[in-house]
Design a protein around this ligand. Structure first.
Ligand code: Z5A
Length: 212
Protein backbone atom coordinates (compact mmCIF):
# COMPACT_ATOMS: atom_id res chain seq x y z
CA UNK A 1 0.00 0.00 0.00
CA UNK A 2 1.31 3.49 -0.85
CA UNK A 3 2.10 6.17 1.74
CA UNK A 4 -1.00 8.04 0.66
CA UNK A 5 -1.75 11.42 -0.89
CA UNK A 6 -1.90 14.59 1.24
CA UNK A 7 -3.59 17.70 -0.12
CA UNK A 8 -1.16 20.52 -0.88
CA UNK A 9 -3.78 23.18 -0.19
CA UNK A 10 -6.11 23.45 2.77
CA UNK A 11 -6.14 21.24 5.85
CA UNK A 12 -7.92 17.89 6.13
CA UNK A 13 -8.87 16.78 9.65
CA UNK A 14 -10.80 13.62 10.44
CA UNK A 15 -12.61 12.42 13.57
CA UNK A 16 -12.81 8.69 14.22
CA UNK A 17 -13.94 6.44 17.03
CA UNK A 18 -16.77 4.24 18.15
CA UNK A 19 -20.40 5.17 18.63
CA UNK A 20 -21.06 7.94 21.10
CA UNK A 21 -17.37 8.82 21.46
CA UNK A 22 -18.15 12.49 20.84
CA UNK A 23 -17.08 12.85 17.20
CA UNK A 24 -20.00 15.09 16.24
CA UNK A 25 -19.63 17.18 19.39
CA UNK A 26 -15.89 17.69 18.93
CA UNK A 27 -16.02 18.25 15.18
CA UNK A 28 -18.54 21.07 15.72
CA UNK A 29 -16.40 22.60 18.50
CA UNK A 30 -13.29 22.46 16.29
CA UNK A 31 -15.24 24.06 13.44
CA UNK A 32 -16.39 26.90 15.73
CA UNK A 33 -12.86 27.47 17.05
CA UNK A 34 -11.38 27.55 13.55
CA UNK A 35 -14.02 30.00 12.36
CA UNK A 36 -13.08 32.24 15.32
CA UNK A 37 -9.49 32.08 13.97
CA UNK A 38 -10.79 33.44 10.66
CA UNK A 39 -10.65 30.14 8.76
CA UNK A 40 -13.16 28.96 6.19
CA UNK A 41 -14.29 25.54 7.34
CA UNK A 42 -16.29 22.78 5.73
CA UNK A 43 -17.75 20.36 8.28
CA UNK A 44 -18.85 17.11 6.69
CA UNK A 45 -19.42 13.45 7.54
CA UNK A 46 -19.61 9.87 6.28
CA UNK A 47 -21.71 8.13 5.33
CA UNK A 48 -24.26 10.29 3.58
CA UNK A 49 -23.12 13.86 2.89
CA UNK A 50 -23.85 13.81 -0.85
CA UNK A 51 -27.04 13.23 -2.82
CA UNK A 52 -26.12 9.63 -3.69
CA UNK A 53 -24.53 9.19 -0.27
CA UNK A 54 -27.88 9.86 1.43
CA UNK A 55 -29.35 6.87 -0.41
CA UNK A 56 -26.32 4.72 0.41
CA UNK A 57 -26.53 5.72 4.09
CA UNK A 58 -30.17 4.69 4.22
CA UNK A 59 -29.36 1.28 2.72
CA UNK A 60 -26.37 0.50 4.95
CA UNK A 61 -27.83 1.73 8.25
CA UNK A 62 -31.58 1.10 8.06
CA UNK A 63 -32.46 -2.08 10.02
CA UNK A 64 -35.14 -2.65 7.36
CA UNK A 65 -32.32 -3.49 4.91
CA UNK A 66 -31.81 -6.74 6.81
CA UNK A 67 -28.78 -8.91 6.11
CA UNK A 68 -26.23 -7.53 3.65
CA UNK A 69 -23.24 -9.50 2.47
CA UNK A 70 -20.15 -8.10 4.26
CA UNK A 71 -18.62 -7.37 0.85
CA UNK A 72 -21.74 -5.51 -0.27
CA UNK A 73 -21.58 -3.39 2.87
CA UNK A 74 -17.89 -2.58 2.27
CA UNK A 75 -18.58 -1.64 -1.35
CA UNK A 76 -21.52 0.62 -0.43
CA UNK A 77 -19.35 2.47 2.11
CA UNK A 78 -16.61 2.73 -0.53
CA UNK A 79 -19.07 4.20 -3.04
CA UNK A 80 -20.14 6.78 -0.45
CA UNK A 81 -16.46 7.69 0.07
CA UNK A 82 -15.84 8.14 -3.66
CA UNK A 83 -18.81 10.53 -3.93
CA UNK A 84 -17.71 12.33 -0.78
CA UNK A 85 -14.08 12.84 -1.80
CA UNK A 86 -14.83 13.84 -5.41
CA UNK A 87 -17.79 16.14 -4.78
CA UNK A 88 -17.23 17.53 -1.27
CA UNK A 89 -13.77 17.03 0.25
CA UNK A 90 -11.40 17.67 -2.66
CA UNK A 91 -13.18 20.75 -4.03
CA UNK A 92 -13.06 22.40 -0.59
CA UNK A 93 -9.37 21.53 -0.10
CA UNK A 94 -8.61 22.90 -3.56
CA UNK A 95 -10.27 26.16 -2.45
CA UNK A 96 -7.79 26.19 0.46
CA UNK A 97 -10.41 25.49 3.16
CA UNK A 98 -10.17 23.45 6.31
CA UNK A 99 -12.19 20.26 5.86
CA UNK A 100 -13.34 18.42 8.98
CA UNK A 101 -14.92 15.05 8.41
CA UNK A 102 -16.82 13.03 10.99
CA UNK A 103 -15.58 9.55 9.92
CA UNK A 104 -13.60 8.56 6.80
CA UNK A 105 -11.53 5.60 5.52
CA UNK A 106 -10.45 4.42 8.99
CA UNK A 107 -14.10 3.70 9.81
CA UNK A 108 -14.30 1.13 7.05
CA UNK A 109 -10.93 -0.38 8.05
CA UNK A 110 -12.22 -0.69 11.63
CA UNK A 111 -15.87 -1.69 11.03
CA UNK A 112 -15.79 -3.67 7.78
CA UNK A 113 -12.16 -4.81 8.21
CA UNK A 114 -11.46 -5.42 11.91
CA UNK A 115 -15.14 -5.76 12.89
CA UNK A 116 -16.50 -8.00 10.12
CA UNK A 117 -14.84 -11.16 8.84
CA UNK A 118 -13.26 -9.43 5.84
CA UNK A 119 -9.56 -9.23 5.02
CA UNK A 120 -8.47 -5.76 6.18
CA UNK A 121 -5.96 -5.40 3.34
CA UNK A 122 -8.70 -6.05 0.77
CA UNK A 123 -11.07 -3.57 2.43
CA UNK A 124 -8.21 -1.08 2.50
CA UNK A 125 -7.40 -1.55 -1.19
CA UNK A 126 -11.03 -0.82 -2.14
CA UNK A 127 -11.34 2.19 0.19
CA UNK A 128 -8.00 3.68 -0.89
CA UNK A 129 -8.98 3.26 -4.53
CA UNK A 130 -12.36 4.88 -3.87
CA UNK A 131 -10.72 7.92 -2.25
CA UNK A 132 -7.72 8.25 -4.60
CA UNK A 133 -5.74 7.40 -1.43
CA UNK A 134 -6.36 10.93 -0.10
CA UNK A 135 -5.35 10.95 3.58
CA UNK A 136 -6.20 13.40 6.36
CA UNK A 137 -3.33 15.57 7.60
CA UNK A 138 -4.59 14.69 11.08
CA UNK A 139 -6.97 12.03 12.38
CA UNK A 140 -8.34 12.51 15.89
CA UNK A 141 -9.30 9.16 17.43
CA UNK A 142 -11.72 9.57 20.32
CA UNK A 143 -11.16 6.41 22.30
CA UNK A 144 -13.92 5.03 24.48
CA UNK A 145 -14.92 1.62 25.80
CA UNK A 146 -17.83 0.49 23.60
CA UNK A 147 -20.02 -0.13 26.65
CA UNK A 148 -19.73 3.57 27.55
CA UNK A 149 -20.27 4.82 24.01
CA UNK A 150 -23.29 2.60 23.38
CA UNK A 151 -24.77 3.70 26.74
CA UNK A 152 -24.80 7.29 25.48
CA UNK A 153 -27.67 6.11 23.24
CA UNK A 154 -29.15 2.74 22.31
CA UNK A 155 -29.63 0.51 19.25
CA UNK A 156 -30.51 2.92 16.48
CA UNK A 157 -29.14 1.13 13.43
CA UNK A 158 -27.76 -2.05 11.89
CA UNK A 159 -24.21 -1.63 13.19
CA UNK A 160 -25.00 -0.45 16.72
CA UNK A 161 -26.86 -3.74 17.19
CA UNK A 162 -23.63 -5.77 16.73
CA UNK A 163 -22.05 -7.71 19.62
CA UNK A 164 -19.74 -6.17 22.19
CA UNK A 165 -16.88 -8.28 20.75
CA UNK A 166 -17.50 -6.64 17.35
CA UNK A 167 -17.27 -3.16 18.88
CA UNK A 168 -14.13 -4.14 20.82
CA UNK A 169 -12.47 -5.23 17.56
CA UNK A 170 -13.51 -1.90 16.02
CA UNK A 171 -11.98 0.03 18.94
CA UNK A 172 -8.72 -1.90 18.64
CA UNK A 173 -8.76 -1.33 14.88
CA UNK A 174 -8.71 2.46 15.39
CA UNK A 175 -5.95 2.22 18.01
CA UNK A 176 -3.79 0.06 15.73
CA UNK A 177 -4.14 2.53 12.85
CA UNK A 178 -3.12 5.41 15.14
CA UNK A 179 -0.16 3.51 16.58
CA UNK A 180 1.16 2.79 13.09
CA UNK A 181 1.30 6.46 12.04
CA UNK A 182 1.71 8.76 15.08
CA UNK A 183 2.63 11.80 12.94
CA UNK A 184 -0.87 11.86 11.46
CA UNK A 185 -2.91 10.74 14.49
CA UNK A 186 -3.79 11.82 17.97
CA UNK A 187 -5.64 9.50 20.35
CA UNK A 188 -7.65 11.13 23.12
CA UNK A 189 -9.52 9.62 26.05
CA UNK A 190 -13.17 10.31 25.22
CA UNK A 191 -14.19 10.02 28.90
CA UNK A 192 -12.59 13.39 29.62
CA UNK A 193 -14.66 16.56 29.90
CA UNK A 194 -15.88 17.90 26.55
CA UNK A 195 -13.98 21.21 26.99
CA UNK A 196 -10.75 19.42 27.94
CA UNK A 197 -10.92 17.24 24.82
CA UNK A 198 -11.65 20.31 22.67
CA UNK A 199 -8.60 22.11 24.10
CA UNK A 200 -6.34 19.12 23.40
CA UNK A 201 -7.58 18.99 19.80
CA UNK A 202 -7.00 22.71 19.32
CA UNK A 203 -3.44 22.35 20.65
CA UNK A 204 -2.74 19.59 18.11
CA UNK A 205 -4.36 21.42 15.19
CA UNK A 206 -2.87 24.88 15.84
CA UNK A 207 0.63 24.14 14.44
CA UNK A 208 -0.89 22.61 11.31
CA UNK A 209 -2.62 25.90 10.52
CA UNK A 210 0.73 27.59 9.93
CA UNK A 211 1.20 25.60 6.70
CA UNK A 212 -2.45 25.52 5.61
N1 Z5A B 1 -19.59 3.16 9.30
C1 Z5A B 1 -18.97 2.03 8.78
O1 Z5A B 1 -19.28 0.91 9.20
N2 Z5A B 1 -18.06 2.18 7.78
C2 Z5A B 1 -17.71 3.40 7.29
O2 Z5A B 1 -16.87 3.47 6.38
C3 Z5A B 1 -18.34 4.55 7.85
C4 Z5A B 1 -19.27 4.40 8.85
C5 Z5A B 1 -17.98 5.91 7.34
C6 Z5A B 1 -22.95 5.56 11.35
O3 Z5A B 1 -22.00 6.48 11.75
C7 Z5A B 1 -22.37 4.17 11.34
O4 Z5A B 1 -21.68 3.93 10.11
C8 Z5A B 1 -21.35 3.91 12.42
C9 Z5A B 1 -20.12 3.35 11.71
C10 Z5A B 1 -20.61 3.02 10.35
N3 Z5A B 1 -21.73 2.88 13.26
N4 Z5A B 1 -22.72 2.72 13.82
N5 Z5A B 1 -23.64 2.45 14.35
P1 Z5A B 1 -22.44 7.86 12.43
O5 Z5A B 1 -21.19 8.68 12.50
O6 Z5A B 1 -23.57 8.44 11.72
O7 Z5A B 1 -22.94 7.44 13.87
P2 Z5A B 1 -22.07 7.19 15.14
O8 Z5A B 1 -20.71 6.79 15.00
O9 Z5A B 1 -22.85 6.25 15.89
O10 Z5A B 1 -21.84 8.64 15.71
P3 Z5A B 1 -22.72 9.34 16.69
O11 Z5A B 1 -23.82 8.45 17.05
O12 Z5A B 1 -23.16 10.63 16.14
O13 Z5A B 1 -21.72 9.52 17.92
P4 Z5A B 1 -20.58 10.63 18.10
O14 Z5A B 1 -20.65 11.64 17.03
O15 Z5A B 1 -19.29 9.99 18.30
O16 Z5A B 1 -20.99 11.27 19.49
P5 Z5A B 1 -21.80 12.64 19.78
O17 Z5A B 1 -23.08 12.70 18.99
O18 Z5A B 1 -20.90 13.79 19.70
O19 Z5A B 1 -22.10 12.41 21.32
C11 Z5A B 1 -22.99 11.39 21.72
C12 Z5A B 1 -23.59 11.77 23.10
O20 Z5A B 1 -22.54 11.80 24.06
C13 Z5A B 1 -24.22 13.17 23.12
O21 Z5A B 1 -25.31 13.15 24.00
C14 Z5A B 1 -23.10 14.05 23.67
O22 Z5A B 1 -23.57 15.18 24.33
C15 Z5A B 1 -22.44 13.08 24.64
N6 Z5A B 1 -21.01 13.35 24.84
C16 Z5A B 1 -20.10 13.77 23.88
N7 Z5A B 1 -18.88 13.93 24.43
C17 Z5A B 1 -18.99 13.58 25.73
C18 Z5A B 1 -18.06 13.54 26.82
N8 Z5A B 1 -16.77 13.86 26.65
N9 Z5A B 1 -18.51 13.14 28.02
C19 Z5A B 1 -19.82 12.81 28.20
N10 Z5A B 1 -20.76 12.85 27.22
C20 Z5A B 1 -20.35 13.23 25.99
Amino acid sequence: MSEGVYAERGLFVCFEGGEGAGKSTQSRLLRDWLVEQGRTVLLTFEPGDTAVGKELRRIVLDPATGDLSDRTEALLYAADKAEHVDHVVLPALERGEVVITDRYVDSTLAYQGAGRALDVSEVEAVARWATGDLRPHLTVVLDLAPETGLDRFTGRDRIEGQSLAFHQRVRQGFLDLAAADPDHYVVLDARALIDEIAAAIQARVAPLLEDA
